[in-house]
Design a protein around this ligand. Sequence first.
Ligand code: FAD
Length: 509
Amino acid sequence: MKMAEKPKLNLNRVPIPKQEPEIRRKNFNEVALGYAEEQALEEANRCIECKKPGCKDGCPVNVDIPEFIKAIQDGNMPEAVRILKSKNSLPGICGRVCPQETQCEMTCNLAKKDAPIAIGRLERYVADWEGAHPCHSEPFAPCHSEGAKRPKNLAQDRLCEGGESNPAQDKLREESRGAQDISKEKKIAVVGSGPAGLTCAADLAKLGYGVTILEALHVTGGVLMYGIPEFRLPKVIVQSEISYVKSLGVEIKLDQVIGKIATVDELLENGFDAVFLAPGAGAPMFLDIPGENLSGIYSANEFLTRTNLMKAYLFPEYDTPIKAGKRVVVFGGGNVAMDASRCALRLGAEEVYIIYRRSKVEMPARAEERENAEEEGVIFKLLTNPRRFIGDEQGRVKAVECYQMELGEPDESGRRRPIPKPGTEFIIDIDTAIVALGTRPNPIIPSTTEGLELTRWGTIKTDEATGRTSKERVWCGGDMATGAATVISAMGAGKRAAADIDAYLQGKS
Ligand code: FAD
């Protein structure tokens, strides 16, 4: 990569190439294609190298953002990889799905001019560069080991030049040395293999602990695998980054439902010195209106799990079918609702509606994903709420009755409260409904573990700074502690807990 002249102040963010809406709404391939080398360099060179960079403060896992951007500017990609991975074991994932606009990009000093550096896109570029150059990055990106092939994108058009040594590689090897030899006697069990569990496990392995992840499903990755669709987060990227975590020495055991095959107390009695709980919040919430049990009504969890994890979109090659229907309504305004609506389109629905009781401003979904959904043809029915479902003689849903809302004063969430408008009822004919109202923690672990204090929302009471729970030798983080949140907040919690578990086991706290 050649050095380029650094412009003084360039407020033009480099757009990321995307599949055209008309094409992508018919396939499950990744929508955003990633920067090419020249685009990444142009974007990196917009960084003004501030004396007091705000970006770093906005990153929940403290990535040294100015330094990795500098490495891109210098054309030193192995160093960019090293800087990123010293703090973040899952950069390809974060570069794709983190809400950077409310984190590092929001605190970037150029955000004041409405043109923050596209930190997420650059992070993705670095991660994809590493995936395309495994010989450069071994042993810390063992793409070959799982036979994992990253999807072809612009960053991958270059050849791997061989396995010659590089100082950045040597430094990362040095930093990860503890992981290669398990140098500490203490053993830690991590329950759940989503971003919180993977991050905690990776950090503890880097410190030299023996770490075992116990995962309930037959696949590692949590929501990254079963929730977020392929077209936003290719599963080969997730598995490749999980391979990295494994390469640090982390053992992963699948099909292990803690609370059923063993309790937390049994883990502590049988060889584990500490337990980190990261089972997420995977139990769906429902509308609780008449007719919700009719056939053709899915929770977003079921719909997305069938589509993404069980690969229903590849039926009959994969043996899980799904009936998406022709007229689909999705209830909710978050990322989950956007994902469900866009999957329905790709599965052949002719009309897909998002029904949301507030306005666009209050929608919790990332603006980028909302725009993508709109570009693809999802129709937004805002300030609208459902009253009841109407079924046919076979017990299948055939319509939903809705009514209009208006916004009142802000409620306890800070958003304006939606108020029903009398006399505004109307019927929408549908054949499928998907409820994406959010999720709550599954009670299986709390109900089988003595001494774990809960909050009134059913999450595990946890000290935010350390992840400690009310039970000795048990930590918790991610959605199980906060309720449904984000990938990066789960990772931040995993990191803080790993540091505190280490301090505790070393007798320092
Ligand atoms: P999870 O990712 O839920 O992982 C928990 C793991 O624990 C799972 O693998 C589960 O099988 C396992 N487990 C559960 N119970 C047990 C048990 N008893 N024993 C053993 N294992 C158990 N966030 C973003 O930042 N950006 C996005 O774009 C985004 N999009 C999303 C889209 C969807 C459809 C969904 C559902 C969520 C999205 N999120 C997004 C939120 C984000 O994915 C979660 O906040 C994050 O995955 C939480 O991580 P976690 O590690 O706490 O839990």
